[in-house]
Design a protein around this ligand. Structure first.
Ligand code: GLA
Length: 703
């Protein structure tokens, strides 16, 4: 395999959408600042766990990888016990052989640090390193991810084994990427042991400086929780009431995310020292996120520390149209590093083995999933795992090479996908075009999740997905951003639920609308500050003036209530209503019945050169789409409800302005789209329009 010149990636500005056929000049997303594995094509491969198999199998593995077009594997992810069978005793022989075999075959290596799975000898020698839950349960080994992030012995052992690996392989020519640990924060993130509680107190001292400041931020006057010495502060373990002080718990979330990040940066820096020493500082270091299933990490902060964003995504079997949740996740991953190319580190060829009902993918679905990630900026699609395990906890999980072997539909589809990704190599480094952005914030998600909220139906992820779904169905591609991000390049900003909103973030939104932007805000946003204390004077305190309204009272609905809405269409609403008073805004929808009957339900406020919309309830999907359509009209965003919503359409645009249309047909009927150009997957050319057969994908280089 040949390698190409170093590619560097950095922050990219949002790119304007274009009509099919219209070229858009873009800033290169591959600006200085970050790195990407040196591959000659889009990455294709998997987690490879050769240690689960006799060595005779390895040669066959490599031969079949070549047949499938695999060009990258992640190696050694859980292999600590094999690399260091006893403390200070190392066995690299097997890893040398595997890496050698892969390299001879031209398959590049993404070598993992194995620290997600501490060996049994380590847990036996240091039993106090096992994590403790909120309820005081000490978790066991015989699994993986059994560690307290604050234990000095664990930290030292991680640095040591990482150093051993980096010293040995930093200059190996097969090495193109370093994979630190595995899915930090999932499934266990928090630890409540005494060492963790002490580390939490240190973190609080740094955040607040004085106990007075902490007492004020935590409103400890409530229920007489006042602290007079730092030593009195514990980790927020289970209490007699439904929950502890909410700010205490919110800070513990922040602390946990920071602690895990320290683990990552410590390993990364050990690796960097070795790669710099051997002149391979261009080899990127990253870790695999689990973006929306792992709530524990503030990934905006984390993303600054990785050389490229890498994500693991698994379809939620129970969700209808779960390819829409996939798209959300891919857009969110792309946004982590400002639009720079990212890597789908893991997904599945078929069923997983950890959901209640592990629904299998049907023919063509894996390809649609993989190419949907690529459409949304991934420069590669990798799987868990290469060869399906024979034993162990994940033996029923699908793989590139199933238990059946090569005489299987999955294998045939795996080989076909490899060829298709190879045909897309010119897409490397191009950017996904989006003119709309959705705000996403982990702190707000954590804060909303505390006890004693006005309704159990307040649900951050549910609202995110609801708004995203209607944009997706109207073929609007969206980026995601932190509420403090520069939003000026976007035409439309959507805020499905940002309960915690600092004054600075609200000012950012105000500036955006003043400058001519269009904003849509859903209920229970802008309610509290960074300490989870209410912005007073009427809800939503942080955004009242911008939205031109004032809400005096929340009116959460009983679970069986459905209200009627009147506006440009008749609709319904559930879960939530509010007493909305107009203070400059005009009403677009009204409550026809229920506790707010006759009052505005959806409002629009002309503010500066822009418009701010407010949605005070949970409208049915069609009504939400109608509201977003009207806001998109204010924004000048194309809201395409004419093309069937079974067809996913996304564009990538290269730095020199070549435009690629991804058309992914998730439906059962063929769809015709306007497009002229050549389909990179089939080589077919067409002028004017082309048909996307049911269940298939076209990637059209537009002419
Ligand atoms: C995660 C892990 C993998 C594997 C898969 C199974 O993403 O990173 O090691 O357990 O889940 O879906």
């Amino acid at each position: 395999m040949t390698v190409q010149a170093e590619r560097t990636a950095g922050s990219a500005a949002p790119v304007p959408a274009a009509e099919p056929g219209e070229a858009v000049a873009l800033p290169s997303p591959l600006a200085a600042g970050a790195r990407w594995p040196r591959l000659e094509a889009l990455a294709y491969g998997a987690d490879y766990n050769p240690e689960q198999w006799p060595q005779e199998v390895w040669a066959e593995d490599v031969e079949l990888m070549r047949e499938a077009g695999v060009n990258l594997v992640s190696l050694g992810i859980f292999a600590w016990a094999l690399i260091e069978p006893e403390q200070g005793v190392y066995d690299f022989g097997w890893l040398d052989r595997v890496i050698g075999l892969l390299h001879e075959a031209g398959i590049a290596v993404d070598l993992a640090t194995p620290t997600a799975s501490a060996p049994a000898w380590f847990l036996a020698a240091y039993p106090h390193v096992r994590p403790v839950t909120r309820d005081g349960v000490v978790l066991g080994g015989s699994s993986r991810q059994t560690y307290c992030p604050h234990a000095p012995e664990y930290r030292a052992a991680c640095a040591n084994v990482t150093g051993q690996l980096a010293a040995r392989y930093a200059d190996h020519p097969a090495m193109v990427m370093w994979h630190v640990h595995n899915e930090y924060g999932a499934p266990v993130s928090e630890c409540y042991c005494p060492v963790s509680a002490a580390a939490f107190r240190d973190w609080l001292r740094t955040r607040y400086g004085t106990l007075d400041a902490l007492n004020a931020a935590w409103t400890t006057a409530f229920w007489g929780q006042h602290y007079t010495a730092w030593e009195q502060i514990d980790a927020p373990r289970r209490t007699p009431m439904a929950d502890v002080n909410p700010t205490h718990r919110l800070d513990f979330h922040r602390f946990t995310s920071d602690s895990l990040l320290e683990l990552y940066t410590a390993e990364r820096d050990v690796i960097r020292a070795h790669t710099a020493r051997v002149g391979r500082a261009d080899v990127p270091v990253t870790t695999n996120f689990q973006l929306i299933n792992c709530k524990a990490l503030d990934l905006w902060t984390w993303a600054r520390e990785v050389d490229l964003a890498a994500n693991d995504h698994y379809l939620a079997a129970e969700l209808p149209d779960n390819h829409i949740e996939l798209a959300l996740c891919a857009d969110l991953t792309r946004s982590m590093r400002g639009g720079a190319p990212w890597l789908l580190m893991e997904h599945s060829t078929g069923a997983v083995s950890w959901q209640p009902r592990n629904v299998a993918k049907r023919p063509g679905e894996m390809r649609r999933n993989s190419l949907a990630h690529v459409a949304r900026g991934a420069d590669g699609a990798m799987f868990f795992q290469w060869r399906a395990s024979r034993g162990g906890g994940e033996k029923f999980h699908s793989a590139m090479l199933p238990h059946t072997g090569t005489e299987s539909r999955i294998w045939r589809e795996v080989v076909a996908l490899g060829a298709q990704l190879a045909a897309l190599r010119e897409l490397q480094g191009s950017a996904t075009a989006a003119d709309t952005v959705v705000l996403w914030d982990w702190e707000s998600w954590w804060a909303l999740g505390q006890a004693f909220r006005p309704s159990v139906d307040l649900d951050f992820k549910e609202r995110q997905l609801a708004y995203y779904e209607q944009l997706w169905r109207a073929h609007v591609t969206t980026d995601f951003a932190h509420p403090s991000a520069d939003l000026s390049a976007y035409k439309l900003v959507v805020v499905p639920q940002t309960y915690l909103m600092t004054t600075a973030w609200a000012d950012n939104l105000r500036r955006y609308v003043e400058g001519g932007g269009t904003l849509v805000v859903s209920y229970f946003s802008g309610i509290v500050d960074e300490d989870d204390s209410i912005h007073l004077g009427g809800y939503p305190g942080a955004l009242r003036d911008l939205l031109g309204i004032r809400v005096e009272e929340f009116l959460p609905l009983r679970s069986d209530w459905t209200l009627s809405l009147t506006g440009s269409t008749a609709g319904t609403a559930t879960v939530w209503a509010e007493d909305v008073e107009l203070r400059g805004a005009s009403a677009a929808f009204f409550y026809a019945d229920g506790p707010a009957a006759g009052k505005p339900a959806v409002t629009r406020h002309a503010y500066g050169a822009g418009h701010a919309w407010y949605v005070s309830t949970r409208p049915d999907p069609a009504t939400l789409r109608e509201i977003l359509r009207a806001a998109a009209a204010d924004a000048g965003v194309t809201f395409d409800t004419g093309t069937p919503d079974t067809l996913e359409t996304v564009r990538r645009v290269s730095a020199d302005g070549v435009s690629y249309l991804f058309a992914i047909n998730h439906g059962a009927t063929d769809v015709t789209v306007p497009a002229s150009g050549v389909d990179l997957l089939t080589g077919e050319s067409f002028t004017g329009s082309t048909s996307i057969p049911a269940g298939t994908v076209r990637v059209v280089r537009l002419s």
